[in-house]
Write a protein that binds this ligand. Structure first.
Ligand code: SGN
Ligand code: CA
Length: 512
């Protein structure tokens, strides 16, 4: 069929079920995607993700239902909130694979299905003709992948590149008579934000703009914020996060929150270590020298850490963007671009210094948001910018409708098809959010609602309500809950919150 050229091949394609290429990363904040136009737009190295946004739609109001890795992935597979799909926390025992997932429907409809890269659901994938996944969080350098026979195999190289190689290999060898659904899921740019060696230094000399809230003092909001263990200032670890090993700083007194060691460095071979050291060594020496000379005060230290953190993070993003470029080129070169839907998304957002933080978990914008850009030639208008609130529970019903299949009737998400065909459409007026984790980074459980203009959430442990006016206070610095001039809005949000909890069958609070 690929012998035909131009319009003939197009018309044949138009009748075929579309292929779905879902490119997914871990902890990629919208602020680190140039096309989103945020404060880092000039330095975010994402020309290929930007290309998807240019040739398709970019959803500005895209959110997760639970801002943490495994739970977000479970929401995507099932189209249901965490308390219904059962995977409420990263530490949840096992993803219940007996329940409905969208790959099951696509596979039985004749799609060839594959997932490659990060899975993180304490189980082996089901309903995929092919899978090859990282164990747990996986490693950046010379990582292991779990094979379909259950064994682990170590591969030389860098996780993002290897994941892409495996995705391209699978596409090349697939059964070309069937449509495909491929989930290419990167570990990057998750902590420890370790770039491909070829990208080390690619942002040298670039000053990363600081967020307005880098020195947030957490006043005017829940007292729990100041107790979170995710501050660049107090909780970033020297070797693990900031890449200054003990041997490079042993003679200076730098307080360290915890010592996680250097697991990624230890995985490298001597050639890889040499490249790493050539990049970080002289910079670390200069930093230690300046620190010893008393040239760096407390505020400057936070600024220095911020620069190093976000530079590494963005350099890590660069290989993810390369991956997108390679996959788009594969589609172009193989006459597949016309009939393949391409999506780029990430499991949640991430703080890039906003509120002085790294990590995620909170319902605050930077970690609540998920990137969502989609190209679908002939259906999605190039350059469109839908405003509708969307959520990760919507992906499964969307994929099922794309494949023209039937959806079970207990799915909580909504198909985005109406918006894809007409970007002025909306699928909902409010979103429900629930975060259930218990330990790491000390972010308390919380549950909330967001509309186009406001956000309200509840912290059961401290029995606090928080409310934010997103129009007048986009950085979410002032809790307006209980303020007299917000009483009508507050009452509306409270009843919307109750309505959503009822509609979604949310369980009672349990914060032991
Ligand atoms: C790891 C990280 C945390 C991170 C969680 C969850 N610590 O535990 O910083 O918040 O993952 O991330 S690390 O020492 O292992 O890097 S998630 O994206 O998988 O949910
Ligand atoms: Ca994640």
């Amino acid at each position: 069929m690929f012998l035909f050229a131009g319009s003939i091949s197009k018309s044949i394609h138009a009748n075929d079920p579309p292929n779905i290429l879902f490119i997914f990363s871990d902890d990629h904040a919208v602020n680190a995607i140039s096309a989103y136009g945020g404060p880092l737009a000039d330095v975010a190295p994402t020309p290929n993700i930007d290309r998807i946004a240019r040739e398709g739609a970019l959803f500005r109001n895209s959110f997760c239902a639970n801002s943490i890795c495994g739970p977000s992935r479970a929401c995507i597979l099932t189209g249901k909130h965490s308390h219904i799909n059962g995977f409420m926390r990263n530490s949840s025992k096992k993803f219940d694979q007996s329940q409905w997932t969208f790959p099951k429907t696509l596979q039985s409809a004749g799609y060839q299905t594959a997932v490659i890269g990060k899975w993180h659901l304490n189980s082996n994938p089901i309903a995929f003709d092919h899978w090859e996944v990282l164990p747990g969080q996986g490693s950046y350098y010379n990582p292991e992948f779990i094979q379909m026979d259950g064994t682990r195999k170590r591969f030389a190289g860098y996780a993002t590149d290897l994941t892409t190689d495996k995705a391209v290999n699978w596409l090349e060898g697939r059964d070309k008579k069937k449509p495909f659904m491929l989930m290419c899921q990167h570990k990057a740019p998750h902590r420890t934000f370790a770039p491909a060696l070829r990208h080390l230094g690619s942002l040298d000399g670039v000053q990363i703009p600081e967020p307005k809230t880098l020195f947030d003092d957490y006043s005017g909001r829940s007292r729990t914020l100041a107790a979170n263990e995710m501050e660049i200032d107090r909780h970033m670890t020297w070797a693990y996060d900031l890449k200054i090993r003990k041997s490079e700083r042993s003679d200076i007194d730098l307080p360290s929150f915890r010592n996680y060691g250097t697991p990624e460095y230890n995985r490298m071979n001597s050639e890889q270590k040499a490249k790493w050291d050539a990049h970080f060594g002289p910079k670390n020496q200069a930093f230690v020298k300046a620190f010893k000379a008393g040239e760096i005060d407390a505020k400057q230290l936070v600024r220095w850490k911020y620069q190093r953190y976000v530079r590494n993070y963005l350099e890590t993003v660069k290989a993810v963007d390369d991956s997108v470029g390679r996959l788009l080129k594969f589609l172009d070169d193989n006459n597949l671009a016309e009939n393949t839907i391409v999506i780029y998304s990430s499991d949640q957002g991430f703080y890039l210094g906003e509120h002085g933080w790294f990590d995620k978990r909170w319902i605050f914008e930077e970690s609540f948001k998920m990137p969502f850009v989609i190209r679908w030639p002939g259906k999605v208008k190039p350059g469109s910018r839908p405003e509708s609130l969307i959520q990760n529970i919507d992906y499964a019903p969307t994929f099922v409708e794309m494949a023209n299949q039937q959806l079970p009737n207990d799915i909580q998400g909504k198909s985005l098809m109406p918006i894809l065909l007409d970007s002025s459409k909306k699928v909902r007026d409010s979103l429900y959010y629930a975060y259930y984790e218990l330990g790491e980074h000390a972010v308390p459980q919380h549950f909330g609602v967001r509309t186009a203009t406001h956000k309200l959430f509840f912290l059961p442990k401290t029995d606090e309500w928080q409310m934010f006016d997103l129009v007048n206070d986009p950085d979410e610095l002032t809790n307006v809950y209980g303020k007299i001039n917000y009483s009508d809005i507050q009452a509306n949000l409270r009843s919307e919150y109750d309505r959503l909890r009822k509609e979604f069958k949310a369980p009672a609070y349990d914060y032991k």
